[in-house]
Each structure stands twice: as C-alpha cells, then as structure tokens.
Design a protein around this ligand. Structure first.
Ligand code: TYD
Length: 147
C-alpha cells in the first residue's frame, strides 16, 4: 500500500462533527447520509460493544480509510496521534463524533460500561489498509512537514 497519508496527516485535520438531533419526547434521532454530514461516501459501518472495563481498542492507523467515530451510547476516550502531535478527548454524546482521516494513529480506552462505539468508514474492510505496529507508524510519519 503506497500513499502519502502518513506524511501529510495532522491531528488538526481531525474534526468534531455535531449531527443534528431530531428531538422527540419518545427519544431523539440523528442521521448520517452518504456525502452529506461527512466528507466521504460511506462504505462500511461497524460498532464496538460489550467492551470490558480497562481495555484498549484501536491501536492502529489507516493508509486510505477515513472514519467517523461516535459514542452512540455511553462514553470512551480517544487519543489521536499524527506522529508529531497527540491529543486526547472524551466522546460522550450520541450526536457528536470525531472525523479521523487516514494517517492518524488512534487508541480508544476508558469505555464506560455498556458503551457502544459506532464507526462509519469510507472504505470496506481491508487488513492491507492498516498500520498496526507503532514503530512502523513512527517510521511512516517521520520527517513530516505538518505543524
Ligand atoms: P480490530 O481492527 O482489531 O478492532 P479495533 O481496532 O477496533 O480494536 O478488529 C477486530 C477484528 O475484527 C479483527 O479480526 C478484524 C475484524 N474486523 C473485520 O472483519 N471487519 C471490520 O470492518 C473490522 C473493523 C474488523
């Protein structure tokens, strides 16, 4: 897999996106449609659930895949890392998620019991798109030009 996402990625390209909330006395509703709320076409949706306390998920970056990560229920922390800068935040709103472009290392932890992490992705699953080794990630992001 060759592209330069790890050389050009920046945590400042990660964006919190708040989805409209359709309030209803019987429960709220938020929508994500293709090429509307997110800057990519949706090819995959997956979700993490029954996450035991104290574990870490993620621990990888992608070459090509963009992801929108949302705490559909509960809360968890997410740390993003572009090889130069890192930032940690808590996701805890069902209508506010983090857009993570390719080339960004992400680690999710501190899951509250019963949390559901919903991920909307630009690409279908391919193990070739993953960098799962942090040393390799550091090599790919070395000498990058971003701030
Ligand atoms: P993994 O990427 O390790 O999960 P996370 O990064 O969120 O901790 O995925 C766990 C397993 O699920 C692994 O065997 C790959 C598989 N998987 C799929 O088959 N399709 C998918 O879309 C994803 C995200 C994972």
């Amino acid at each position: 897999m060759t592209n330069d996402s790890h050389k050009t990625s920046s945590i400042y390209g990660c964006k919190l996106i708040t989805l409209d909330k359709h309030h209803h006395k019987n429960g709220n509703l938020s929508v994500v449609e293709n090429n509307n709320q997110l800057p990519f076409a949706i090819n995959r949706v997956y979700y993490l659930y029954d996450v035991p306390g104290g574990v870490e998920r993620g621990g990888h970056s992608h070459h090509l895949c963009h992801e929108f990560i949302i705490a559909a229920s509960g809360s968890f922390d997410i740390e993003i890392d572009d090889g130069k800068n890192k930032c940690k935040m808590t996701l805890n709103r069902s209508n506010c998620g983090l857009l993570v472009p390719p080339g960004i290392w992400r680690v999710l932890n501190n899951f509250a019991s019963g949390s559901v992490c919903l991920v909307i992705a630009s690409d279908c699953y391919s193990e070739y798109d993953y960098v799962r080794d942090y040393t390799e990630f550091q090599q790919l992001t070395s000498n990058k030009s971003c701030k």
